[in-house]
Design a protein around this ligand. Structure first.
Ligand code: DGL
Length: 243
């Protein structure tokens, strides 16, 4: 802050030392805003490296194409490589270790293909593998890996009026509590109720989601969620297959 005081003195042509405490206050305010600005830049959910030409999108299957379509609409200037692990889906009922291993393989593959920004469109992979991969496996100056839970958790609190949010997701995402943790970081006063929907992905994967039987399971999970908290006015579809 000494340097800033010197700069401000030069700027205002100030020789009067009485004015320095006033300058210091200005400096502190200035530094406070610079820090806030840096913080918000660092927290940006779409922090794209300047060198990025190709963005990798990963999901356990085709469901993540919903995410991919929206990203491509917003950022048409990039090339994209989409990887859907249909061979090993569903991920939603698998253990932490297995999801971590599969997701890491996908991240490494997309990086080897030339992606230096990789988005885990899969909620289950974002919930169970993202943090470990970010902490253990990647060098952020070479490749950046982002997930979908945090951006969703940033938006949902802006939409609710009652402060009661529901989360429909795979058993793995629900068990990880990732949505609860991220939503409460946004606003600790939110009431969050989760409902796992183990039948939805198998119904969609087998093409049965348009059959009569699907209605039963769609209503079942939504009704169970709303019965547990009738004040819910915002529901997160926390799985790429659901939209
Ligand atoms: N794509 C996964 C997700 O968004 C769900 C599908 C699966 O279970 O593989 O959570």
């Amino acid at each position: 802050s000494k340097l800033h005081i010197v700069r401000l003195k030069l700027l205002f042509g100030c020789k009067d030392t009485k004015i320095i405490p006033f300058m210091q206050i200005i400096c502190v305010i200035y530094l406070f805003f610079i820090t806030l600005q840096r913080k918000s830049t660092r927290l940006s959910t779409f922090d794209i490296p300047l060198s990025t030409q190709m963005i990798g999108i990963f999901d356990s299957g085709y469901g993540g194409l919903t995410i991919f379509n929206h990203i491509r609409q917003r950022l048409p200037q990039y090339d994209y490589l989409y990887l859907g692990d249909n061979a090993r889906a569903p991920y939603g009922t698998r253990s932490f270790d297995v999801i971590y291993e599969y997701t890491l393989q996908a991240v490494n593959h997309l990086h080897q293909q030339g992606c230096d920004l990789i988005i885990l469109a899969c909620n289950t992979a974002s919930a169970k593998a993202l943090r470990t991969i970010q902490q253990r496996n990647i060098n952020p100056s070479e490749v950046r890996v982002l997930g979908v839970i945090r951006p969703t958790a940033e938006q949902a609190p802006l939409m609710t009026r009652t402060g009661h949010i529901g989360v429909l997701a795979t058993p793995g995402t629900v068990a990880s509590e990732s949505y609860v943790i991220e939503l409460q970081k946004q606003n600790p006063n939110l009431t969050i109720t989760q409902q796992s929907c183990p039948m939805w992905v198998p119904l969609i994967e087998s093409g049965e989601h348009i059959g009569d039987g699907a209605d039963y399971f769609v209503e079942k999970y939504i009704n169970e969620l709303l019965a547990r908290d009738p004040e819910i006015d915002t529901i997160i579809l926390g799985c790429t297959h659901y939209p």
